[in-house]
Structure formats: structure tokens, C-alpha cells
Write a protein that binds this ligand. Structure first.
Ligand code: NZQ
Ligand code: ZN
Length: 382
């Protein structure tokens, strides 16, 4: 096993009605004025917004709002948030939403203390060392952003969808109340399942040695997602199933699944980011459901032993091809597309996706991908 340090400072508060404790958590941490950030209105369709406001008011926490964060969140909103924080002397930031809202908040929190061209941080030319404290009320479990140090943002001018990672942007407290996720549209639940599976894959298929416990843990999460997602599609307010998926998302990308392993491959993720950077209407998980099977096939010479194990442990089949086929069929069965064609994308866009992906190079650690490799994987997505 590889040497490792595991240190995750985020406090998780889980359970029914825990949303009502957000004010108390912020007050307990010593903050009196927050920037409240949310998306395009889903939190107002049910009473999530009201519950958050009630909880803040009860503890006399002042708040300024920034709404309208879009899925595949954009840099201009981050800059807007930074401006508000500076102007209003904001002490902490509260995200109420899914990964896009949480990621925007992380970027705003880090940007407040950054002098200069902040996009350089996403281009890996500079680093975030300090950030405003972050609190989260999570309404969509998928990305693991509620308990990790990463944020992914799209620059609308260049269409680059880049990330940065900094220990300064771990949320201080994340509230995971399954009831808030009962209203998720089925398509988002399915895209979330695909994203969780992809996070497991990035680590599971990278490095094979002496990680028996980690592999069993990964397979447990894969089986949980595969069992409970169809239940949620039948009954979106199934508390038990929601809770299982929420924990799966949390553990898939809060660092615990990566301990003692290589740090993951992540090239499939970078390919997807180049797709949804150019086509922000595509949900991250939906893109991954097409890219990952294509990536697995292409990388087979490097990971065959592990794909056989995956086929046996998850699908009870011996052939690696059958394992990948079953995965594709399962994605299909939960309503996710199996070809870029279904998104209305044409093959002539492949060079653009490839060029964008190569801007993030080096891509992958199993095999550093060349532009030719990337182009072939994208071609196999049709
Ligand atoms: O705009 P709102 O009203 O919030 O609606 C959202 C949005 O339309 C809706 N939604 C969220 N909670 C809901 C709800 N609708 C009804 N009821 C609820 N309870 O769902 C839609 C999608 O939300 P979004 O936040 O975009 O989804 P997700 O959590 O999947 O986040 C995706 C983003 O995270 C990035 C992705 O690339 C993408 O930009 N990722 C972030 C990572 C990280 N920080 O570690 C890692 C991931 O691999 C990923 O790249
Ligand atoms: Zn992901």
C-alpha cells in the first residue's frame, strides 16, 4: 500500500430536519454575516429556502443573497460573488444547492483574498492559500464537493472548464438532509449516480496493488448506487434510498476512497469537462455515462485484470467486455444517453473537444494520453 495522510476537516451534519441547524452552526463558528448563494430557484419550489432563512434569522445571522448559479457554473458569477463579499464585508459564505453552487462558493471564497487575474489559479499558474469560511446545505448529492477541496468552473469567454484544489476551500460544515433531495428530477438523480460511479472508477482502475480493502469498499459503493438508484427513480422521496446515495456520493470523493492508492487517473473526467465546458447544457454525469465506457474499452490493455474483477464482483460475469456492456446497459436503463448523437453533437466537434482537453494535459496517469488517444476515445462516444 502507498503511504498516505488522510485529513478531512469538514464537519458533516446528517439527517431529517438538520437544515434547520445551519444558523446555529454558523453562529457557533463565530460568524454573523454571510453571503447566501443558490441556483436557479429549485430551493424556492419547496421550502428549503424558507427553512434556511428561518434558521439564519433565529440566530441573528445577517445575509446578502447571490442567486442564479447555473449548472456547469461560470466564472463571471464567481467574480460577481467576490465583489459582493468585498463590498459587504462578508464573513462567511453559505451554499444552498448542488455541486455547481458549492463549487461557485469555493471559488468565491478563495477569490476574495486573491490579488491579480484569478483565472490563473484555474490555469494552475497560481494557488489559493486563504479563503472565507464555507458552509453548505446540500440539495444534490453527486460531486462530493460538500466534503472535498476542489472546485470546477467554466470561463465563458474561453469555454475552458478548469478546476483548482486547495485545502483552504474545504467546507467547514455541510448539512446533508435527505428530505431536501426528494424534489430532484429523475434525470438529475441518474446523472448523479453516473458521477458517483465515475469517481469510484477514477481511483479503482488506477493502480492494482495491495488495496484489497479499498477495492472492496469501492465495490460496495458501486453496488449500493446500482441497487438504490432505480428505487429512487420509482420513488424519489424514499428516505432510506436517498440516504444511501448521499453517503455513496460523499465517500466516493471525500478522499477516503483514495487512501493508500495512486492518486487516480482522472483523464475521463477531464474529457467530460471539455465536453460540458463547450456544451453547458449537458449534465456532468450524463457526459460521463458515455465517456467512461469508451475510456474503459480504450484503456483495456492497461487495466484488463481490474476490469475482469469489476465484471465478476459487480455483474457476476467473467468477461471484461460483458462488464462494460452491462455498465452501458445499466446507464441506459436509468435514462442516460449512450451516444453523443443523443445530445445533438456532431463528429466534426471532436477536434474542438480534443484541443480543449489537451489544454489540461498531462492527461491521465495510467497512460498519459496524446491528442490522438483523446480523439479516438471521443470518436468511440458516437
Ligand atoms: O439551479 P438549481 O435551482 O439549483 O437547480 C439544480 C440544477 O438545475 C437542480 N437541483 C439541485 N438540487 C435540487 C435540484 N432540483 C430539484 N430539487 C433539488 N433538491 O439540479 C440541477 C443540477 O445541479 P448541479 O449543482 O449543477 O449538479 P451537480 O451537483 O451534479 O454538480 C455538477 C457540477 O459539479 C462539477 C461538475 O463538473 C459540474 O460543473 N463537479 C465538481 C466536483 C468537485 N467539486 O469535486 C467533482 C465532479 O467530478 C464534478 O466535476
Ligand atoms: Zn465527477
Amino acid at each position: 500500500m502507498k503511504n498516505f495522510v488522510f485529513h478531512n476537516p469538514t464537519k458533516i451534519v446528517f439527517g431529517k430536519d438538520k437544515v434547520l441547524e445551519i444558523g446555529k452552526e454558523i453562529k457557533f463558528a463565530g460568524y454573523k454575516k454571510v453571503l447566501l448563494v443558490y441556483g436557479q430557484g429549485s430551493i424556492k419550489k419547496i421550502d428549503t429556502y424558507d427553512k434556511v432563512i428561518t434558521s439564519l434569522q433565529k440566530e441573528n445571522i445577517q445575509y446578502v443573497e447571490l442567486s442564479g448559479i447555473k449548472p456547469n457554473p461560470v466564472f463571471s458569477k464567481v467574480l460577481e460573488g467576490i465583489e459582493i463579499c468585498k463590498r459587504e464585508n462578508i464573513e462567511a459564505i453559505l451554499a444552498v444547492g448542488g455541486g455547481s453552487v458549492v463549487d461557485s462558493v469555493k471559488a468565491i471564497a478563495g477569490g476574495v483574498f486573491f490579488d491579480g487575474d484569478f483565472w490563473q489559479v484555474f490555469q494552475r499558474k497560481a494557488r489559493v492559500k486563504k479563503a472565507l469560511p464555507i458552509f453548505v446545505v446540500l440539495t444534490l448529492s453527486a460531486t462530493g464537493s460538500e466534503m472535498n477541496p476542489s472546485t470546477v468552473i467554466t470561463n465563458e469567454t474561453t469555454r475552458e472548464k478548469f478546476y483548482f484544489t486547495s485545502t483552504a476551500v474545504y467546507p467547514k460544515v455541510s448539512i446533508l438532509d435527505p428530505v431536501l433531495q426528494f424534489t430532484l428530477p429523475n434525470y438529475q438523480t441518474s446523472a448523479a449516480a453516473s458521477d458517483i460511479i465515475a469517481h469510484i472508477f477514477e481511483l479503482y482502475f488506477c493502480g492494482e496493488d495491495e488495496t484489497e480493502l479499498q477495492d472492496e469498499f469501492s465495490e460496495g459503493i458501486l453496488r449500493t448506487v446500482i441497487s438504490f438508484t432505480p428505487m429512487l427513480l420509482e420513488k424519489p422521496d424514499d428516505y432510506h434510498a436517498r440516504a444511501q446515495i448521499m453517503l455513496s456520493a460523499l465517500f466516493a470523493l471525500n478522499g477516503i476512497n483514495g487512501i493508500g492508492r495512486e492518486s487516480g487517473d482522472w483523464s475521463a473526467h477531464m474529457l467530460e469537462h471539455s465536453l460540458s465546458g463547450i456544451h453547458p447544457e449537458i449534465a456532468h454525469g450524463a457526459g460521463l455515462a458515455i465517456i467512461f465506457p469508451a475510456w474503459l474499452k480504450y484503456m483495456m490493455p492497461y487495466i484488463e485484470k481490474k476490469v475482469i474483477r469489476f465484471s465478476q464482483k459487480i455483474w457476476e460475469m467473467d468477461s471484461p467486455d460483458a462488464g462494460i456492456r452491462n455498465l452501458k446497459e445499466w446507464f441506459n436503463s436509468i435514462g442516460l444517453e449512450s451516444s453523443f448523437k443523443n445530445f445533438g453533437i456532431e463528429k466534426k466537434e471532436i477536434p474542438i473537444f480534443t484541443e480543449m482537453a489537451m489544454r489540461m494535459s498531462p492527461l491521465g496517469s495510467l497512460k498519459p494520453l496524446t491528442a490522438k488517444d483523446v480523439e479516438t476515445i471521443f470518436s468511440n462516444c458516437f
